[in-house]
Design a protein. Structure first.
Ligand code: SF4
Ligand code: SF4
Length: 362
């Protein structure tokens, strides 16, 4: 079977799985991870606060850091294969690009300038996250908007701008495949930087220069050319290898100079990445949701105050940190008139200047 179809089938399954996971998170709450907790970029936004005391930003968990380190290590070995073969958002843009037959490409000069944009966005996202100690980009992030499409009209309040950007990049992707990945995605920029030292490359030797590989590349690059752009932009999708009409093999995926079959590369990278996540989850290093109250009580593994989430009620918060309700009210400076069934991030509805996140940090 054609490797391209197998890859599209894998990406299709990942997109459907991401939609189901997002739906479960929206409808059933924190039992299922939020998109923030399972995005490697979230780990980078969290890095500064995590390093300063092993705390985590709101909506992020220790498992988000594990995911960051796993993703970066994986990228150092396999290049941007996460973008090409695993990321559901990138897959959606690639699928959308197949709907409309006519595509436009940006001229070489503007293409290079636009590609720099995502690195600038990466710097802004990280700087603002570290300065504000929050996931600052969230309201403007089209990936967050995509993950909240099940929220109905509520999405307009929380992610209205992100939704607008999402619609725009989806429409542009109709005529310019993976426009978002090429020019705007800060996670892609992060992976691009780390892929510079990866031994995984597309290698092309003297060929008839028919140009089919470059035309088919969803990232709009000319595969096999030794340029920084080609190194940082290749997402390891193997499309260029598969479309080459040459009878003798002139283009291939290579790892440390050794040829790797396209099918092995695509299936292998997906299995290794998802297998590593499953393994880390089994040994308890991939915690991306709030543990259940029962498991906290039974195991006595109480949370630190800093790890409390705004979606917990006051009563749950006290139980999660192993305090009496009375002590918790005192510690968190919550007036006793606020009922214990109120969520921590809704205390401000009773006490206007109450800031739960500032209080727990204090
Ligand atoms: S560039 Fe961003 S959206 Fe595109 S595949 Fe990579 S991580 Fe996903
Ligand atoms: S160069 Fe080849 S493997 Fe890399 S992104 Fe383009 S088509 Fe995919």
């Amino acid at each position: 079977m054609n490797v391209r179809y197998i890859r599209w089938a894998i990406l299709g399954i990942i997109v459907v799985a991401s939609l189901i996971l997002n739906y479960l998170h929206i409808t059933l709450g924190n039992v299922f991870p939020s998109v923030h907790a399972i995005c490697p970029l979230g780990g980078l936004e969290n890095l500064q606060v995590w390093m300063s005391g092993h705390a985590n930003l709101q909506k992020l968990f220790s498992g988000t850091m594990t995911l960051l380190f796993l993703s970066l290590g994986f990228t150092i070995i396999f290049g941007r294969a996460i973008c090409g073969n695993i990321c559901p958002f990138g897959a959606i843009f690639e699928f959308i690009g197949k709907i409309y037959p006519k595509h436009f490409s940006v001229s070489e000069k503007y293409d290079l300038l636009l590609r720099v944009l995502k690195y600038i966005i990466l710097v802004i996202v990280i700087a603002m996250a570290w300065i504000t100690a929050s996931i600052w980009i969230s309201p403007y992030d089209p990936y967050v908007a995509y993950a909240h499409i099940w929220s109905g009209a509520e999405i307009l309040n929380e992610n209205g701008i992100g939704l607008f950007i999402l619609v725009v990049v989806l429409l542009v992707s109709l005529v310019n495949t993976r426009f978002f990945c090429k020019y705007l995605c800060p996670a892609g920029a992060m992976f691009g930087i780390f892929s510079l030292i990866s031994p995984t490359k597309v290698t092309r030797i003297d060929c008839m220069e028919c140009g089919k590989c470059a035309k088919s590349c969803p990232m709009g690059i000319d595969p096999g050319r030794k340029t920084v752009k080609n190194t940082t932009e290749c997402v390891g999708c193997t499309t260029c290898v598969e479309v080459c009409p040459s009878k003798t093999p002139v283009i291939s995926m290579t790892f440390a100079g050794k040829k790797v079959q396209s099918l092995l590369f695509v299936v292998g990278t997906v299995c290794i990445f998802l297998g590593a996540i499953a393994l880390l989850n089994t040994v308890g290093l991939m915690q991306v949701t709030v543990p259940s109250l029962e498991s906290v009580q039974q195991g006595g593994n109480y949370l630190n105050l800093i790890d409390l989430k705004g979606s917990m009620t006051i009563e749950e918060g006290a139980t999660y940190v192993g305090m009496s309700l009375e002590d918790f009210y005192t510690m968190m400076d919550i007036p006793v008139t606020v009922p214990g069934s109120i969520k921590l991030n809704e205390i401000k509805n009773y006490v206007p200047d109450y800031d739960f996140h500032a209080m727990k940090a204090k």
